[in-house]
Design a protein around this ligand. Structure first.
Ligand code: SF4
Ligand code: SF4
Length: 329
C-alpha cells in the first residue's frame, strides 16, 4: 500500500468520495459490486463499514479485505472474480479427509522464563514465520466443507451435496392492480459450494446433529428438508421441498413461509409463485414476467427463491443421483 489512514469514528464522511465520482447506495454508503466490491469508479474498491448498510463487525471488514484482494488479483490475471477462496473451487477431498483424521497439536508460543520476568516487557513472544505458517496449516477449512452433522446422523437423513456457485441479477419489482412493475435488479448469489440437506422421511428429530454442530444451528430444521411424498410435503409450511421428474427435465416445488413456489427446467426455466409467473431461456434471458390475475398488491417482490431453488435442484440432481423424484402426475 501507499497510504494507511488510521481512523476511529462512528460515521464516515462520504461526500468527498461522491465528488470524486464514487456512487453511494440508498443508505448513503458506498455502492459496490456484490462479488468484487469494486465501486462505480473502476479500480476503486470499498468494504467493511463503508458499504452496505453501514457499521458491521471487524470480521466482516477483514473478510471484505480478502475478497477485494482476490478480486484485484483476478482482474490482473484476466479472469472473472467469483468472490470465493481459490481453495473453495478445488477442494481435494482425499487430501481434505486425510487432514481431518490427522491430529496435529498446536505449537505453544515461546515464553520468557519466570526468573527473567523482572520488567514490563512482553512475557509471551510471537511465533516465528515458519511456526506461524505451520499453525495456520492446521485449519480444517470447515467454512468450505464441514458436514459434521452428516457423519453423526444415526438415520443417514443428512447428506452433503455440491453445486456450482451461482450469482444472478434478477428483476426486483412490485405488483399493483395485478400488474408487475420492475423497480430494480437484485443480485442473488450462493457461493458456498458444499451444502447439506435433509431427507425429511428419514429424520426422527433425535437432535444428534444439533449436539455436534460446531455452529449455533439446528441442521435438521435449518437445512433444506426434502420430501418424497406430496401429501407430507403439502402439510409443511416452511423449508420443505419436493422434486419431480418431468418428461424432459425436472421441477422443484417449495413451501416457503406458508406459500408454494415451483421452478421447472424443461428446455427453459419456468417459475411460479403465488404472485407471478416468470420464464427465462436456459441461458437466463428473461422471456416474460407477469403478475397472477388475483395477485395482491405488493411493494417489493423478490425473485430470490428462483436462485435458491435452482441451486438446490441442480446440486441434488448432480451429486445425489439416488434422490427420489416424484413422478409427474
Ligand atoms: S435430528 Fe434428524 S437429521 Fe439430526 S441426527 Fe437426528 S435423525 Fe439425523
Ligand atoms: S449444519 Fe453444523 S455440522 Fe452441519 S455442515 Fe453446517 S456447521 Fe457443519
Amino acid at each position: 500500500m501507499d497510504t494507511l489512514i488510521v481512523a476511529i469514528s462512528q460515521a464516515g464522511d462520504f461526500e468527498w468520495l461522491q465528488k470524486a465520482g464514487v456512487a453511494l447506495n440508498k443508505n448513503g454508503y458506498v455502492q459496490v459490486d456484490s462479488v468484487t466490491l469494486e465501486t462505480s469508479a473502476p479500480g476503486v474498491y470499498a468494504g467493511g463499514d463503508a458499504v452496505g448498510s453501514g457499521p458491521a463487525t471487524i470480521v466482516k471488514a477483514l473478510g471484505d479485505g480478502k475478497r477485494i484482494a482476490r478480486a484485484i488479483r483476478a482482474k490482473f490475471e484476466g479472469r472473472a472474480a467469483d468472490g470465493q477462496k481459490e481453495s473453495a473451487l478445488f477442494v481435494n477431498r482425499a487430501e481434505f479427509q486425510r487432514r481431518r483424521v490427522t491430529r496435529k497439536f498446536a505449537v505453544k508460543a515461546p515464553e520468557r522464563a519466570p526468573k527473567d520476568r523482572r520488567d514490563f516487557d512482553e512475557v509471551v513472544n510471537t511465533l516465528s514465520q515458519r511456526i506461524a505458517k505451520e499453525e495456520a496449516s492446521r485449519c480444517l477449512d470447515c467454512d468450505l466443507l464441514c458436514s459434521y452433522c452428516v457423519g453423526v446422523c444415526p438415520n443417514l437423513a443428512l447428506f452433503t451435496y455440491e453445486h456450482a456457485p451461482i450469482c444472478k441479477t434478477l428483476p426486483l419489482g412490485r405488483i399493483k392492480d395485478s400488474r408487475w412493475f420492475a423497480l430494480d435488479g437484485e443480485t442473488i448469489k450462493i457461493t458456498q459450494r458444499y451444502q447439506v440437506a435433509v431427507f425429511a422421511d428419514l429424520c426422527n428429530e433425535c437432535g444428534n446433529c444439533v449436539t455436534f454442530c460446531p455452529s449455533a444451528g439446528k441442521p435438521y430444521k435449518d437445512k433444506p428438508r426434502i420430501y418424497s411424498r406430496r401429501d407430507e410435503w403439502e402439510r409443511e409450511s416452511n423449508n420443505a421441498f419436493l422434486l419431480e421428474r418431468l418428461a424432459d427435465g425436472a421441477a422443484i416445488h417449495s413451501r416457503i413461509a406458508g406459500r408454494t413456489h415451483t421452478l421447472s427446467l424443461n428446455g427453459r426455466i419456468d417459475y411460479s409463485s403465488p404472485e407471478l409467473d416468470a420464464v427465462w431461456s436456459v441461458g437466463w434471458e428473461l422471456l416474460s414476467i407477469t403478475a397472477k390475475p388475483n395477485a395482491p398488491d405488493c411493494e417489493r417482490v423478490s425473485l430470490r427463491p428462483v436462485v435458491e431453488m435452482m441451486a438446490l435442484l441442480n446440486g441434488l440432481r448432480g451429486s445425489v443421483p439416488f434422490i427420489p423424484l416424484m413422478e409427474n402426475s
